[in-house]
Design a binder for this molecule. Structure first.
Ligand code: BGC
Length: 417
C-alpha cells in the first residue's frame, strides 16, 4: 500500500469518526447566500446536488444583491436573534469581523484531517482561519480586474484586444460610433467600486497596495488618485442613461445580447455568458483590464460556519468537507466562472478564460502582485470599504468633482479608521 493510499485511508477514517458515519435523516444545512442570478443559481445547484447525494438536505436562504451587502444585513438580524443559519456565504474581512465577535464555529478537525493547510493559499487562509482555528471553507477564487467583451462588437471595432488605457478608450469610442452602448454598467456602489479596483490597479501594483491596502493618506489624496478619478469620469461617459441601480447580471445581458460592447466585472460575469450558451473566444472575449495583466485583485467566497446546536454540527462538517473535495472544486468553479480555492485542482475541465484565470492567479501569487479586492471586502474592513464606496459613487454620479475626489477619499478613510 502506498503512503498516499495510507494517508487517504487515515483521513477517511478520521472523517468517519468525526462525523459518525454517513448522513442520517435530518442532516440539513440552512445556507444564507446571494447567488440569485442565472449563472450563480446554476453553480449553487452543483453544491446543492453534491450535498444531497451525500444525504444532506438543503434549506435555501437567498438574499439577492450582488456583492452581498443585503445578505450581510439579513445575517446580522439572524445572529442578533440568536438563530444563525448553518452556513453563510461571506467575503474576506466580513468573516474576520464575525470571528472577533466569538460567534463562529470551528472546522479545524475536518480541515486538519484533510490537510487544507497545504492546498489552500495563504492569501485565503488569512480569512478562513482566526486564532489558529478554521472557521470557513473557501469555495473559489474570483477576481475583479476583468473585461468581458462581445466578440461581434470587438470585431466591428477593429478586432484588436486593447492592451493599455489608450487602446481601451479607442475601442470604446469605436463601439460608440458603431451605435451601441460601449460600457454595460449597473450603477450600484459595489459595481462602481469594482470598476475602481481595476482602474487603481492599472495605475500600478505599488499604487494599489499603498492606497487600497495600506491606506497611505498621500496615495489616497495624491496625483495618481486624481488620475484614477479622471479615468472613472471617462468611463462614465461610455455608460448608457439608464445605468442607475441596474443589477450586474442585467449589464452582462446587454453584452450577451449585443446591445453593449463590454463589461468590467469580476469573473462571476462569465457564469452569465455560459448560462446563455455563449462560448469564450467565439461569442465573448475575456481580457484583464488593460494595464493590469500580471496582477490580480481577488475575492474568495467562503462558507463561514456559525456556532450552532450539536444536532447541526455534523452537517456543517460534511458541508465543509464536500466543498474542499477537489472534484467538487472543479465542477463548481467551471460553472461559477471562478477558479478553485485549492492549488492542486487540474485545469483540464476549464475553458480558456478559466485556464487563464488559474494561470494569472498562480503568477500573481508568485510575483507578489496578488491583492485583496477593495470592492469585495478583501482589502479593508467593511467600515472603510463603505466609506470608499460613498466617495466613488458620488463621483461616478457627478456629485463630486474629479479635482475634489482624492482629498474626499482620504478624509473619508481617515474618519472611518
Ligand atoms: C461574489 C460572487 C458573486 C458576485 C455577484 C461577489 O462579491 O464573490 O460570488 O457572484 O458578488 O453577486
Amino acid at each position: 500500500m502506498s503512503l498516499r493510499t495510507i494517508t487517504k485511508l487515515a483521513v477517511g477514517a478520521a472523517l468517519i469518526a468525526l462525523t459518525s458515519g454517513a448522513a442520517k435523516a435530518g442532516d440539513n444545512v440552512e445556507v444564507l447566500h446571494w447567488w440569485t442570478s442565472g449563472g450563480e443559481a446554476s453553480a449553487l445547484d452543483v453544491l446543492k446536488k453534491d450535498l444531497e447525494s451525500k444525504g444532506v438536505t438543503w434549506s435555501d436562504m437567498p438574499v439577492a444583491g450582488g456583492g452581498g451587502e443585503a445578505a450581510m444585513t439579513a445575517l446580522r438580524a439572524r445572529v442578533t436573534a440568536g438563530n444563525p443559519p448553518t452556513a453563510v456565504q461571506a467575503l474576506g474581512f466580513d468573516i474576520t469581523d464575525w470571528a472577533k465577535q466569538g460567534v463562529v464555529g470551528d472546522l479545524s478537525e475536518v480541515a486538519n484531517a484533510e490537510g487544507w493547510d497545504k492546498v489552500i493559499p495563504t492569501a485565503l487562509q488569512n480569512f478562513s482561519k482566526y486564532d489558529g482555528k478554521w472557521i470557513a471553507a473557501p469555495v473559489n477564487v474570483h477576481s475583479t480586474n476583468w473585461v468581458w467583451i462581445s466578440k461581434k462588437a470587438l470585431d466591428a471595432a477593429g478586432g484588436k484586444e486593447p492592451q493599455n488605457w489608450d487602446e481601451f478608450v479607442a475601442m470604446l469610442d469605436k463601439m460608440k460610433a458603431n451605435g451601441i452602448t460601449p460600457l454595460a454598467h449597473g450603477g450600484q456602489p459595489w459595481q462602481d467600486a469594482t470598476l475602481f479596483d481595476a482602474v487603481v490597479l492599472s495605475l500600478g501594483t505599488d499604487f494599489y497596495k499603498s492606497s487600497m491596502i495600506d491606506l497611505d493618506p498621500a496615495a489616497l489624496s495624491g496625483d495618481k488618485m486624481k488620475e484614477a478619478f479622471t479615468r472613472m469620469e471617462k468611463l462614465r461617459s461610455y455608460v448608457d442613461d439608464n445605468f442607475s441601480g441596474r443589477d450586474w447580471n442585467l449589464a452582462s445581458a446587454m453584452v450577451i445580447e449585443g446591445k453593449a460592447g463590454a463589461q468590467m466585472m469580476g469573473d462571476w460575469a462569465k457564469g452569465e455568458f455560459l448560462k446563455a450558451g455563449q462560448k469564450p473566444g467565439t461569442d465573448f472575449v475575456c481580457i484583464r483590464f488593460p494595464g493590469t495583466q500580471g496582477a490580480v485583485t481577488f475575492n474568495s467566497d467562503q462558507f463561514m460556519m456559525f456556532k450552532v446546536g450539536e444536532d447541526k454540527q455534523k452537517a456543517q462538517l460534511m458541508m465543509a468537507s464536500a466543498i474542499e473535495d477537489p472534484k467538487f472544486q472543479s465542477a463548481f468553479n467551471v460553472v461559477k466562472g471562478s477558479v478553485p480555492a485549492r492549488t492542486d485542482v487540474p485545469n483540464t475541465a476549464f475553458d480558456d478564460c478559466g485556464k487563464k484565470g488559474m494561470a494569472d492567479l498562480a503568477e500573481a501569487n508568485e510575483k507578489g502582485t496578488l491583492f485583496g479586492s477593495m470592492a469585495h471586502g478583501h482589502a479593508v474592513p467593511a467600515s472603510i470599504k463603505n466609506a470608499m464606496y460613498d466617495v466613488i459613487t458620488r463621483h461616478f454620479n457627478g456629485d463630486l468633482s474629479t479635482a475634489d475626489a482624492p482629498a474626499e477619499l482620504a478624509a473619508a478613510v481617515a474618519a472611518a479608521k
